[in-house]
Design a protein. Structure first.
Length: 496
């Protein structure tokens, strides 16, 4: 295995790009990475220009001709398990980096982000070893026959464009299967959360991943690293998680060269709560789905429909659960909700809070900014918020807010609530709360989403398909569905 002159991801408060197995500066311009909980500087980040991005893509393409492509699935799986071990060995370091970048409570990062990131590498290491294709015996006029069989080959250089809400988790969700299949990747993390993607370069080096297989370039999207990467003619596939508007731009860029895309985009997800539910379990699940990660979860709930007989009780209990959330120091174990990612995003969410009032909402909880101790009063915290009383065509019921808020409305009939849940341009996820097994299956099949949870939320089996319908995305990831995106199928026909 080739050795790397790796260096360090972070030097004197400054991050670096990771290209061809080395940490390098470049691009000239820099960005300041700000801690959302305090507004303090975390580190300085270089901005990749087109030359830096080209260097990264060239390094990735060179790596495809090296030992990585020639490794067996068993050898690649072994390397991926070493990456998982490396993440867990530096668990506290990754938790701290993720918390400083995102502001989320350390308890959340330690429970979800970092362990699930390691699990992604272990899971796809397992799955690549059981991946199968098809074969057929074919009749021929001479009677000898032919054998047709399919093989999978790596797609090539994959551009991985990542969001800021679950930075390492969603990065590894894409990088792990891409590498398992023998590809090389160029990662563009969000400019808001660049640190863990860069630290992962050190782990890749320590695990024996060859130079150029994993590359990281920093910068913005439009007219910056993101656009240079997705438009690069030597990128063979693009995977992206983020807002729908950016997904549309990436699809347009991918049209040049007819390159495949996998897009997981926005959502305006509905929870449907029937009167026969286990109420305590429904309150716990909906509370998490609305307020977890300060509402910055693409799978989160912003529309809640509750069957009328339990509406008042549900509303009171959810309001109490929201009011009990504690904001403040993300490293304090008592903190249960962090800030929004940035001042600009808080301004956006606050504008929706004001729009809800203008559209006639009853503000049951929150609706503004909290008062916190001086150290955190400069952070980008916002109050958990609950509304009632809005019409179904209200803007805040049509557009994704991506904050800790929801609207709760009563319903009387199953058919009516299915229509309401589907009355959205998005179709990412839903949660259904009922003890009626027949109803659970019936409603889950009719709500137009990529994933429907029954009596749970955010429970994932990494072998199952994940993705969105309508404007929530295109393609599926997870299990064999990831392998289908990250490989090309070839048919071999052998005349016998």
């Amino acid at each position: 295995m080739a050795t790397m002159n790796c260096g360090r991801a972070l030097t004197a408060g400054r991050l670096s790009h990771f290209i061809g197995g080395q940490f390098v500066d470049g691009g000239g311009l820099t960005l300041e990475n700000i801690n959302p909980a305090t507004a303090d500087l975390v580190n300085v980040v270089p901005v990749a220009d087109s030359v830096v991005v080209d260097d990264a893509v060239t390094a990735a393409r060179r790596a495809l001709e090296g030992p990585w492509r020639r490794m067996s699935e068993q050898e690649r799986a072994c390397v991926l398990r070493k990456v998982a071990d490396g993440i867990l060995r530096r668990f506290d370091e990754f938790v701290r980096a993720e918390v400083l970048d995102t502001g989320k409570p350390a308890s959340l990062a330690a429970h979800i982000d970092i362990p699930r990131s390691a699990a992604n590498f272990n899971s796809f290491a397992d799955q690549i070893l059981t991946l199968s294709t098809e074969s057929f015996r074919t009749a021929t006029p001479d009677g000898a026959g032919a054998l047709n069989y399919a093989i999978r080959v790596p797609r090539g250089v994959i551009a991985v464009v990542c969001p800021w809400n679950l930075p390492l988790l969603l990065l590894t969700w894409k990088v792990a299967p891409a590498l398992a299949c023998g590809n090389a990747v160029v990662v563009k993390p969000s400019e808001e959360t660049p640190t863990t993607a860069t630290l992962l370069g050190e782990v890749m080096h320590e695990a024996g991943v060859p130079p150029g297989v994993y590359n990281v370039v920093h910068g913005l999207g439009q007219d910056s690293a993101g656009e240079y990467l997705t438009r690069h003619p030597k990128v063979d596939g693009i995977t992206f998680t983020g807002e729908t508007k950016t997904g549309v731009a990436i699809m347009k860029a991918a049209a040049e060269g007819v390159r495949p895309v996998s897009l997981e985009l926005g959502g305006k997800n509905a929870a449907v709560v029937f009167a026969d539910c286990d109420l305590d379990r429904a309150i716990e699940g909906v509370t998490r789905s609305v307020f977890a990660n300060c509402g910055q979860v693409c799978l989160g709930t912003e529309r809640v429909y509750v069957e009328r007989p339990i509406f008042d009780e549900f509303l009171a209990k959810l309001t109490g659960a929201g009011a009990a959330l504690r904001m403040g120091d993300p490293f304090d174990k008592a903190t249960t909700m962090g800030p929004l990612i940035s001042k600009s995003h808080r301004d956006k969410v606050l504008s929706y809070y004001e729009r809800a009032k203008a559209e006639g909402a009853n503000v049951i909880l929150g609706g503004g900014m909290p008062e916190l101790p001086s150290r955190f009063n400069s952070g980008f915290f916002i109050e958990p918020t609950i509304w009632t009383g809005l019409r179904e065509d209200a803007v805040v019921l049509r557009e994704e807010v991506f904050g800790p808020c929801c609207h709760i409305a009563p319903f009387d009939h199953e058919e009516a609530v299915i229509m309401a849940a589907n009355n959205s341009p998005y179709g990412l996820a839903t949660s259904i709360w009922t003890e009626n097994l027949a109803r659970a299956h019936r409603v889950a099949a009719r709500i137009e989403v990529g994933i429907a949870w029954v009596n749970c939320w955010f429970l994932r089996d990494l072998r199952t398909p994940f993705g969105g319908s309508k404007q929530s995305g295109i393609g599926r990831e997870g299990g064999v569905h990831s392998m289908e995106f990250y490989t090309d199928l070839r048919n071999v026909c052998v005349k016998l």
